[in-house]
Design a protein around this ligand. Sequence first.
Ligand code: MRU
Length: 367
Amino acid sequence: MRVNGVAFRSIWYDEHEKSVKIIDQRWLPYEFRTAFLKTRNDFAIAISDMWVRGAPLIGATAAYAIAEEMAVDPSNENLASAWKQLNETRPTAINLRWALTRCKNALEILPENARAVAAMKLAHDIAEEDVAINQNIGMHTLDLIRKLAAERPTGAPINILTHCNAGWLATVDWGTATSGMYQAHDAGIPIHVWVDETRPRNQGGLTSWELGSHGIPHTYITDNAGGHLMQHGQVDMVIVGTDRTTSRGDVCNKIGTYLKALAAFDNGVPFYVALPSPTIDWTVADGVTEIPIEERQASEVSHIMGIDSNKNIGTVQITPVGTETGNPAFDVTPNRLITGLITERGITEASSKGLLSLFPEFKVQNK
Ligand code: MRU
């Protein structure tokens, strides 16, 4: 997507510097900065401290980390230890384990002297595949939005609510939840997006920054406003992303998603999840009991980052000194609350039957 008219991806290989480069998301939406990642520790810190974030982007970043690591030491021991260190950086988004395991399986059958080149090719493949998957998710989302627009002869915009940032910043390009928004806007269908703030990390600021850069009308709202807007007919559909979807279609996503799904269900508002297939964890069924939920540091809740009128970026404390805070970063929306899963192969119901109808080559591995 474009930043000030220049095409960017969230991660890329800088041929000039011979190094992986990322958009450093810690500074957005206040400042646009990029950073090089060189060592295994650079990559691990960038993932755990959320310089890069979003399930698909975390996966692609881990693949590039393995590629860089293979150029340093292609041994089996190093491959296993890189897999372990990177896999521990964030526990909930399954794309991390998916990408690392794909790399490990492909590389350990090769002679050591062939691994560096193969690993870099694989990282590029994973990145390109992500872009194609998201573009297809967007096409299927566009069909849904087009249908809603056809039912509205007044030409008033379709109001879409989204939570967190499942945008191009959270993927290599396009985003998952946002891909259809970009495609609808580009097709001339009027849309307006309600952007949840998404405390504590305020990923809504990233979504607003993205949508604003693309000229899509949107309104940033507090996390508690969505239910009220739905009761008053101001939300036509909800589209969110996912960090891990189980074989039966339970969806784990950014904390607060479940409450939006409950409100949507109560108000008859369609609730869709944009789901790239690498985000399906075929080894688990019950999302509530089986998915590990990342607990992040207290300071994300007790403090908030912002920019003052002198354009200085800073952090202030918002809780009384010494107050205990809790920071579960994700929650699980049970499949019964989900209208449909929008995958790269089409839209299906949130169930094992639905997922297997689109992905018959996979097997449910849980009991
Ligand atoms: O903690 P984050 O910012 O990495 O969480 C991101 C989300 O929850 C996204 O909705 C999810 O990863 C899907 S991104 C296409």
